[in-house]
Design a binder for this molecule. Structure first.
Ligand code: TUI
Length: 318
């Protein structure tokens, strides 16, 4: 199942692992890349020294392409950029903001850039700035999100740009990959599904929380701060919402939210920590190796596409 995304990044399957803060470490990234997908280190708010260590640790574990996600709200954006340039990382994705001003520096260094967008307007702007591809991320995703669903966003982004588009948000199996192709995307990016990869170093409580989660397990808080975030509902999200309803200031809310992802991801406190996850968490039933996740998804999508071909020959597109 090759697409232009495979050719662009030099990977086998058009399956990309979302660059998740704290969770996208060398262990998961190398397992995804060794499985034929594209693993992405999540720089999050981490200091540049941590990002450098993760890049080097990934290289020790795989010869295949991998990327780094720069979180544009991080206080270390500039320093993390320098590390990426110094270490010669082949692929960069960005999230949480507009990376327009940074793209040319990556391009000059021969680095492929694929920003994550949640709107058509930013998609068009970043194509003009020189992005190689885009991830169109719907509000079904975990973590920091936009306002449009994957189903509505992806075809509109696809129609508004000439560069390849990867779909993200609400995708967790081969049905999602086949659907993404139908919407005009050339690949998928999945975060939540890879949290439950064996190689993901997240605390076992976090994985268990996702496996126990059902379709309506997640909720969005933080609309009043301008940074809405989707998490599994727990004591932390209820307290956050109560503070929001009581009219707490953005500073108060941001202070309350600080360190909460780390608390859940590393310490396993899934009641008072932020269990960021997408709406597809209800679909995840087991922990398995990243390579098995990729293989299963690709095979399921291939089977669906061939069945659709047989059922609809002469109907859908003549
Ligand atoms: O970045 C994400 N998801 C994230 S980042 C993150 S780290 C975090 N930790 C604690 C609190 C908050 C965040 C967790 N999840 N996804 C990519 C993404 N980017 N989704 C939406 C956007 C986005 C939003 C606004 C991209 C650009 C943008 O631009 C605004 C503008 O200037 O036009």
């Amino acid at each position: 199942m090759r697409t232009v995304i495979c050719d662009l990044f030099g990977i086998e399957h058009p399956v990309i692992q979302g660059g998740m803060a704290w969770l996208g470490t060398a262990e998961l990234v190398s397992a995804v890349s060794n499985g034929g997908g594209l693993g992405i280190i999540g720089a999050g708010n981490a200091p540049p020294s941590w990002v450098r260590e993760q890049i080097r640790a990934t290289r020790e574990r795989t010869d295949r392409p991998f990327g780094v996600n720069i979180m544009l709200m991080s206080p270390f954006v500039e320093e993390v950029m320098e590390v990426i340039l110094e270490e010669g990382v082949p692929i960069v994705t960005t999230g949480g903001g507009n990376p327009g001003v940074y793209i040319s520096r990556f391009k000059e260094a021969g680095i492929k850039v694929m920003p994550v967008v949640s709107s058509v307007a930013l998609a068009k702007r970043l194509e003009r700035s020189g992005a190689d591809a885009l991830v169109a991320e719907g509000m079904e995703s975990g973590g920091h999100i936009g306002e449009t669903t994957t189903m509505a966003l992806v075809p509109q982004v696809v129609d508004s740009v000439a560069i390849p588009v990867v779909a993200a948000g609400g995708i967790g199996d081969g049905r999602g990959l086949a659907a993404a192709f139908s919407l005009g995307a050339q690949g998928v990016q999945m975060g939540t599904r890879f949290v439950c990869a064996e190689e993901c170093i997240v605390h076992a409580n976090y994985k268990r929380k996702l496996i126990e989660a059902r379709d309506r397990a997640t909720m969005v808080s933080g609309y009043s701060t301008g940074h809405p975030v989707r998490c599994v509902e727990n004591r932390m999200t209820r307290q956050f919402l109560a503070l929001e309803k009581a009219g707490a200031s953005v500073e108060e809310l941001e202070r309350f939210g600080q360190g909460k992802l780390e608390l859940a991801a590393l310490e396993g406190d899934v009641e008072d920590g932020s269990v960021m996850a997408g709406q597809i968490c209800g679909l995840i039933k087991e922990v398995k190796p990243a390579a098995a996740i990729i293989k299963e998804i690709v095979e399921e999508a291939e089977s669906i596409i061939s069945k659709l071909n047989r059922s609809y020959i002469g109907v859908a597109h003549g």
